[in-house]
Design a protein around this ligand. Structure first.
Ligand SMILES: NC(=O)c1ccc[n+]([C@@H]2O[C@H](COP(=O)([O-])OP(=O)(O)OC[C@H]3O[C@@H](n4cnc5c(N)ncnc54)[C@H](O)[C@@H]3O)[C@@H](O)[C@H]2O)c1
Length: 255
């Protein structure tokens, strides 16, 4: 008699064409999961998906309601239940308040906040089938304020609160919702806004004295997706080298 093969676990990872999302898709695939890799950058996504076993690339702009509806239709048709949704797609735009036009503000909110709301709402029925998990990617910028991040930081703080709302309401469906707040990682997103001065300042302020890697953030995400985190919901896990723990981080007080 041939042994019965278990149905693979399934996940949707947004912003999966590169950076933290790609590392997360790769790690989940390595755990034997089937991953729908969602991104709006079609060319980069196609190439990235070729390196992730059994992945299903889906081109989608998470800030666009119709695009999200088509993506959710495909996931529903092809997957039949979802064990995890990782809302990772994000954009960064640093500017002083006075220079943050409403258009720039909206652009950040559209992906970082609206995207998390739209994708989670569209895939909740699929998650409910398997009592799955939502992992939203916020940022240390959503936990601590800084200059230049009025839009980015506010969008990420809102993602933290959205996670709590989801945990409380969707818990009744057996769906867990948690948040990972990464510290700095040398991805395309970060390198576009981190000057050499910002990089040096981060090293000073972070107890572990370095940037994190995509893999390190992905490990935290995958833990929260997995059954190992079965009783954890409504939490924010800062994967940040200790940045969130530092209070009075004055360089003059350091050795
Ligand atoms: N890199 C860091 O230092 C850092 C720190 C804290 C939080 N984060 C967060 O981690 C997440 C991933 O960031 P990253 O550093 O890997 O960035 P990245 O720029 O390397 O990757 C982001 C991916 O999201 C995709 N994307 C952007 N807008 C989209 C949209 N509207 N629809 C679909 N796809 C979209 C991009 O095409 C890209 O592939 C983001 O939410 C970011 O805010 C990053």
């Amino acid at each position: 008699m041939t042994p019965k093969t278990a149905t693979p676990k399934t996940a949707v990872v947004t912003g999966a064409a590169r950076g933290i999302g790609l590392a997360t898709a790769g790690l989940l695939a390595g755990m034997g999961w089937r991953v729908a890799m969602v991104d709006r950058d079609a060319d980069v996504l196609e190439l990235a998906a070729q390196g992730v076993p059994d992945a299903v690339p889906i081109v989608c702009d998470v800030s666009d309601e119709d695009s999200v509806a088509s993506m959710a239709y495909r996931v529903t048709r092809d997957f039949g239940g979802l064990d995890a949704l990782v809302n990772n797609a994000g954009v960064a735009d640093f500017a002083p308040i006075a220079e943050t036009t409403f258009a720039r503000w909206r652009q950040v909110m559209a992906t970082n906040l609206d995207g998390v709301f739209l994708v989670s709402q569209a895939l909740t029925p699929e998650l409910a089938i398997r009592r799955g998990a939502i992992v939203n990617i916020a940022s240390i910028s959503g936990l601590r304020a800084s200059t230049l991040r009025v839009a980015y930081g506010t969008s990420k703080a809102a993602v933290v609160q959205l996670t709590l709302q989801q945990a409380v309401e969707l818990g009744e469906l057996g769906i867990r919702a948690n948040c990972v707040a990464p510290g700095p990682v040398r991805t395309k997103l970060a390198m576009a806004v981190h000057s050499p001065e910002i990089i040096a300042a981060y090293h000073d302020a972070i107890p572990l004295n370095r940037y994190g890697s995509e893999q390190e953030i992905a490990e935290a995400i995958c833990f929260l997706c997995s059954d190992k985190a079965g009783y954890i919901t409504g939490q924010v896990l800062a994967a940040d080298g200790g940045f969130q723990a530092t209070g009075i981080g004055l360089p003059a007080l350091r050795g």
